[in-house]
Design a protein around this ligand. Structure first.
Ligand code: SF4
Length: 202
């Protein structure tokens, strides 16, 4: 399937409204994804939050600012679909829980769309797996019990994965600011290698 046709189908998707697993999506779907036939690098994150749901632009929020800083690139490159593809585990904002936090990404989405995305983009050489949902989906039993342990094991994950290679990262949300302060090895050890890989692939 061509990228444009896949993109058209994703934009028209209503699975979580018409055939949901459990409660239906509490609003009209607004899928957010950047697909590409040229990009060699792909980001697979969690799901849009309220800001991205409103803007329709992935990572157009403080998480995106932090992620771009981690990658050592600006918005011009980040939003260039010839260089970077962005396909979260859930394309639509999943809604809020009773405490006002984001619900998990919709399972229907990753199960249905992720295999089609990989098939349509065989040129992807590296996937940045951002957060636990993406790590568990792509790494399966190789994901550690905690996100911290999975990310600590990044070098083995990278070395042992092929076609595409995988690199697990924490979510760049402000909610992980404490985690970043407690795990200074991430800044010292992982980010320089991440920036090198990003520079190589862009
Ligand atoms: S979250 Fe994914 S599967 Fe659900 S309606 Fe949106 S695009 Fe479709």
């Amino acid at each position: 399937m061509s990228i444009s046709e896949l993109h058209r189908r994703i934009k028209a998707c209503r699975i979580c409204v018409e055939e949901p697993i459990g409660n239906p999506l509490p609003h009209e779907p607004r899928p957010v994804a950047v697909l590409s036939r040229k990009a060699r690098l792909m980001i697979i994150g969690q799901a849009p939050g309220t800001r991205v749901h409103a803007s329709g632009k992935p990572f157009s929020d403080p998480s995106g600012d932090r992620l771009r800083d981690w990658m050592g690139i600006g918005e011009d490159i980040f939003y260039d679909s010839d260089k970077l593809s962005i396909a979260p585990m859930g394309f639509c904002f999943p809604g809020l829980d009773a405490k006002g936090g984001d619900l998990p990404p919709r399972k229907e989405c990753s199960t249905y769309w992720q295999p089609q995305i990989l098939e349509a983009m065989p040129q992807i050489e590296l996937i940045l797996l951002i957060g636990t949902y993406a790590q568990k989906f792509y790494m399966k039993d190789n994901a550690a019990k905690t996100m911290t342990d999975t990310v600590k094991n990044w070098r083995s994950v990278y070395n042992e994965s092929t076609n595409p290679k995988l690199l697990p990262l924490p979510h760049p949300s402000w909610r992980n600011s404490g985690w970043l302060k407690r795990n200074l090895w991430f800044d010292a050890e992982v980010l320089p290698e991440l920036r090198k890989e990003v520079a190589r692939l862009l």
